[in-house]
Design a binder for this molecule. Sequence first.
Ligand code: ZN
Length: 141
Amino acid sequence: MTPMSIPSNWQLDHIGIAVSSLDAALEQYETLLGTRHYGREHVDSQGVEVAFLDTSNARIELLAPLDPESSVAKFINKRGEGMHHTAFLVNDIQRELDRLITLGWDLIHPQPISGAHGKWVAFLHPRSAHGVLIELCSYKN
Ligand code: ZN
């Protein structure tokens, strides 16, 4: 598959930041961005509580672990708080996952799981993306 055939419908959706305390981080990020958060919810499939803040062209997602065994809790224990993932919105998440599997990419979720805000999400392994944990997301129909 040549680069010319790569779909151009990917949009940067959000940057995920792992935090220990969602309340403390929200206060700080609301001050930083001059806006209020929204969409605070527990995402049981990932053992986290999340909330979003808008910027003019993308969103920030703050994630705090609810479960010490969650991957976000392990991330914070190992590396401390900080940049956790970059998320792209795609039209057809399963088609993109199938395409990446064909190309030999290492996927954490070969099939989408239920994510925040009623979206489908799937993560690609950082070793396939030069150290970046990439999330794909799409709207459920
Ligand atoms: Zn995310």
